[in-house]
Design a binder for this molecule. Structure first.
Ligand code: LMR
Length: 331
């Protein structure tokens, strides 16, 4: 072999060694998953399940880091952070996307869905699936819906009829529909992050809030709210979201495995949500700290009549045909 050829071969060998060393040492892809609730909730458990499934199937290649309890970002900041690449997955409630799309406001309309079966039917139907992509032009992609459950009204006083809410301050998520819902009963809605709710209630800076049984239980709202009206007046579900850029940058052999793990984690989270809605309600009753108020048929009708005009107000922004399809999902 000539001197030159020998040099070329040695160089090639050296390059190959460096390349294979780099490949075998390649840092794993990190998926940061940020959320605001406790770990012992449907979302908390879903996120941890996703982390475990990814570790099992893609160990060494992909690592999921879960940040619960607003440790990393609150829902008011997480989407901006996602677009900047500082976090990769989140599952904000469907009420938190106002800035990016008006269509998802449909999920906040009071008394639209009769139960979680109707919610599931709508989400898995053609419109629900289309809504997953409603923020694509803004760089955000919905990967799936996750249930939490129906919302209840907690307060410092008994709420039996809409007049009982008049003049009272209620914390709401960042949603204009939810603001209109409370204004419809002459109450005062205040948009505040989830992480502040307990203190606001404890210090009596606000009178009440709306949330699911698992959130009321896991964040101890029931300890500082003597009454919970079992109103089931709306749904609190989540959109598991990522940035289009991050998602498309995942290697082609990795993305489907991550998606499958996520789909399975969502199925698991939905099972948790169903069980917790029953179990956490019972734990609250058993605690004796908060009285659960059951509405009579007539009382409930009054809430429906007071709040339902909100639909009309948002019909143009949301789309009449979407609302009609949601109503159909109750059939
Ligand atoms: C809330 O802010 O009340 C909820 O969105 C919290 C959550 O993520 O369940």
């Amino acid at each position: 072999m000539s001197k030159n050829k020998l040099l070329v071969v040695s160089l090639l060998v050296a390059v190959t060694m460096v390349v294979s060393a780099t490949v075998s040492m390649a840092a794993p892809i990190t998926i940061k998953f940020s959320h605001v609730v406790a770990e012992n909730t449907p979302k908390g458990q879903m996120a941890n399940k996703f982390k475990d499934l990814v570790a099992e199937r893609l160990g060494g290649k992909v690592v999921v880091e879960v940040f619960p309890n607003s440790q990393l970002f609150g829902d008011n900041k997480v989407l901006e952070a996602m677009l900047l690449g500082d976090v990769h997955l989140a599952a904000p409630s469907l009420s938190q996307f106002n800035k990016y799309t008006k269509s998802l406001q449909i999920f906040d309309l009071p008394f639209l869905f009769e139960d979680m079966v109707a919610v599931e039917k709508f989400q898995q139907g053609p419109i629900g699936q289309k809504l997953l992509m409603s923020m694509k032009s803004k760089g955000l992609v919905g990967l799936g819906y996750l249930h939490n459950g129906m919302k209840q009204l907690s307060a410092s006083d008994q709420l039996r009829v809409p007049e009982d809410a008049s003049g009272k301050k209620f914390r709401i998520m960042s949603s204009d529909v939810l603001a209109a819902q409370f204004e419809a009963v002459d109450a005062l809605p205040l948009k505040k992050p989830f992480s502040e709710v307990f203190t606001l209630l404890q210090t009596k800076a606000i009178d009440g809030q709306e949330n699911t049984w698992s959130n009321i239980f896991s964040k101890k709202f029931y300890e500082v709210q003597p009454y919970i009206t079992e109103s089931n007046h709306g749904v609190l579900d989540y959109l598991v979201i990522t940035s289009a850029e991050f998602w498309m940058d995942l290697p082609d052999d990795i993305r489907p495995v991550v998606k499958k793990a996520l789909d399975e984690a969502i199925v698991f989270g939905n099972e948790v949500s169903e069980k917790k809605a029953i179990a956490d309600r019972q734990k609250i009753i058993d605690s004796g700290r908060s009285k659960v108020i059951t509405l009579s048929k007539d009382e409930r009708k009054q809430w429906v009549e007071a709040m339902k005009p909100v639909w009309k107000k948002f019909e143009d922004e949301i789309g009449k045909e979407y609302i009609e399809a949601a109503v159909q999902s109750n059939m």
